[in-house]
Each structure stands twice: as structure tokens, then as C-alpha cells.
Design a protein around this ligand. Structure first.
Ligand code: MG
Length: 368
């Protein structure tokens, strides 16, 4: 089987509400999505998606994905998409780094490989758990009272996992964490996501003040160096998200004991092939995982769900689904959807959901 053409589509995915991160430092209103269709000489077609969370969140850029694919296309055309490692190496040779530009091609190749094998991607990767994965809510930076109200709305829809956004004001952060812990229910999964919003001194103030609660703080500093510099000065569990980009990052975090949780975002780390290695490092070192796409449509949510399904249930804390936050549905309601705060693995071979092609907009095509 050979890849005969790669087509990229650009589509805007407006957010239902403006989204603030890092204590109001960063605002997001619309996501720039790139959908990739890969066609083969035997008729199978695979789809991938790369949707960064804007271009101010991490080093990833919507137009950069399309430029990267243009650069890599000549190296990928003609390869067998089922040999995902060959495709990965060709992309790494054509364009070192730029992992976020590679994830949609990687995803489309896994989609084709699954269809060819007659298996959902998760099963093709070695075994997919059918335990529904809890979707983490996203509770924006607000007062303690507003935080309670937002969590209650999510709970009413079945959510048991919550990502509470903090970072910025030390006293307010401590108050909000303590308040959420008071109302936290048995079995609820709560992560306090700082999104790099603290200095080292601020991080130490909050994490020391909350040590008795044993709650997990995600990305409590700008870089791995920042997280490492304070790791022996507090006793709070840590999740690393934005600073987990390469396999070397994963190895360093595991070896140096910098985190108890990995936040794996598939677009950022370069797709399923590279993320699976991070999963194995995490499992080898007793590190739990959250799995997310970064952002995007139901296609991106589904990619993350497949990886999450290859993680043993006990080590997979939650997934995230962006589908509820955007106002455009490119797949007409198909694919895994939020069911009472959970996603269920599709049994369809491959990814399990494709977009409506006529809904997609600007097109570029590379062909043999
Ligand atoms: Mg995060």
C-alpha cells in the first residue's frame, strides 16, 4: 500500500465562550484547525487533525502545521501508511522538531492502518480498554463561589473529573483550592492546573500551604527547570503538561522524579507514535496520565481517546474533549460524543470518525 495524496483543509473552530488561561494572561476565541486527508493506492483513506490551542499557549502554530506538511509531503508520499515508524522517520528526517506539524499525518496513517487491519486504533496499538474514560471539565479562573457553581453544572451532566484553572494570585489560589477540596466528592478526580502562571516563589507559597491536602498541581512553573528547582522544597504532587514535549522530557521527568502525572497532549508531542513511548515511560515509573488532543474537533478528541484506551485503567486519570467548547461540528454528530461526562471507545476500524468533507474550507493538495 502506498500513500498517493495528502490533502490539507483549514477550518476555523470558534469557541462558544472566550477562554482565559494563566490568571487571565492569555485569551482564546477561535482555534485554527488543520484536517489532513491521506489517500492510498488501494482505496483506503485516513484522516488526521492538528489543532493547536491558539499560538500563544505553546510553540505550535496553525499555519505552521500547513507549512510543515508542505515541506514533509514529498518525503511521505509513496510510503506505506501502515508502517507508521517509517512515516515517522521520514518526517523527522524532512523536518527535525516541529512535532505539532507531524501529528496529523501520524494520526491519518494510524487511521489507515486500523482500517487495513479491521481494528480500532487502540486495539491495533496493542489493546484498548472499553472502560469509558472520564472527561475532565475545564473550570476557568474565577472566585471560590463561581468555581463551585461551574463544578455543580458539570456534575449535573455526569462529570467526575475536573481541571480547575488557577495561577496568578497566591491568596486567591489557596482559597479556591481549599474550597474545592471541601466540596470534593468521593471518587472525583480534581487537578489544579496552573498553566505556568506562577513564579517559583508563588508556586512554593501555594504548594506548601496546600501540602496537607495532597492535591495535584499541573504545570506549576514555566519550564522543567522551574519545576525541578522547587521539587524538593514542597510535598505536593505535580503533573507536567506544557513542558512534556519530547521523549527526552519524559525521560528526565521520570528519572529525576519531577512529576507523578503526565499530561500528554497529542498534537504537542507529535502524535500517537511518539505519545505511546511517553506512555510506556510513565507506566515503567508509576506515573499516571491525562490524555488530551490539545484542542480541536471530535477527530482530535477521538485520537486522544484511542491512546487513553491503551493505558491501564488504574493509570489513566481522564481525557479531555474539546468538542463541547466549539460551535462548529465538522462530523455531523458522528464519532465518540460526551455521554454523561465520559467518552466510549468506538468499535469502528481505524479512528472511527471522519469529517464531512464539504464542510471543510481552504484546501491544498500534494500528490504523487
Ligand atoms: Mg494543563
Amino acid at each position: 500500500m502506498k500513500i498517493t495524496s495528502i490533502t490539507t483543509y483549514q477550518v476555523d473552530l470558534p469557541l462558544e465562550h472566550p477562554y482565559w488561561l494563566s490568571g487571565g494572561r492569555l485569551k482564546f476565541e477561535c482555534l485554527d484547525a488543520t484536517l489532513v486527508k491521506i489517500e492510498t493506492d488501494d482505496g483506503l483513506t485516513g484522516w488526521g487533525e492538528g489543532t493547536p490551542w491558539g499560538h500563544t499557549y505553546v510553540p505550535a502554530h496553525g499555519p505552521g502545521i500547513r507549512a510543515g506538511i508542505e515541506t514533509m509531503a514529498g518525503f511521505v508520499l509513496g510510503l506505506d501508511p501502515r508502517r507508521v515508524l517509517d512515516v515517522e522517520r521520514a518526517m523527522d528526517l524532512a523536518l527535525p522538531g516541529h512535532l505539532y506539524a507531524k501529528s496529523p499525518i501520524d494520526m491519518a496513517c494510524w487511521d489507515i492502518a486500523g482500517q487495513a487491519a479491521g481494528l480500532p486504533i487502540a486495539d491495533l496499538m496493542g489493546g484498548g480498554s472499553r472502560t469509558p474514560r472520564p472527561i475532565a471539565s475545564s473550570v476557568g479562573a474565577k472566585t471560590a463561589e463561581e468555581t463551585r457553581a461551574v463544578m455543580e453544572r458539570y456534575r449535573a451532566r455526569g462529570y467526575i473529573a475536573h481541571s480547575v484553572k488557577i495561577g496568578g494570585d497566591v491568596a486567591r489560589d489557596i482559597a479556591r483550592v481549599r474550597d474545592v477540596e471541601v466540596i470534593r466528592r468521593d471518587g472525583e478526580i480534581v487537578l489544579y492546573d496552573v498553566n505556568r502562571g506562577w513564579s517559583r516563589a508563588q508556586a512554593l507559597q501555594v504548594m506548601r500551604a496546600c501540602e496537607d491536602l495532597h492535591v495535584t498541581f499541573e504545570q506549576p512553573g514555566e519550564s522543567l527547570d522551574d519545576i525541578a528547582a522547587i521539587s524538593h522544597k514542597h510535598a505536593s504532587p505535580v503533573s507536567v503538561d506544557e513542558s512534556l514535549v519530547t521523549l527526552q522530557d519524559a525521560a528526565r521527568i521520570a528519572r529525576d522524579g519531577l512529576a507523578e502525572v503526565f499530561g500528554i497532549k497529542l498534537n504537542r508531542v507529535g502524535g500517537l507514535t511518539k505519545a505511546a513511548r511517553m506512555r510506556d515511560i510513565a507506566l515503567a515509573h508509576g506515573i499516571d496520565m491525562f490524555v488530551m488532543a490539545t484542542g480541536g474537533s471530535v477527530l482530535a478528541d477521538t485520537e486522544a481517546l484511542h491512546l487513553a484506551a491503551t493505558i491501564p485503567d488504574h493509570a489513566c486519570r481522564a481525557v479531555w474533549a474539546c468538542q463541547d467548547m466549539i460551535t462548529v461540528d465538522i462530523a455531523g454528530g458522528r464519532g465518540p460524543r460526551n455521554q454523561a461526562g465520559h467518552l466510549h471507545l468506538p468499535e469502528t476500524p481505524g479512528l472511527g470518525v471522519h469529517p464531512d468533507e464539504d464542510q471543510l474550507k481552504k484546501v491544498a493538495r500534494y500528490a504523487l
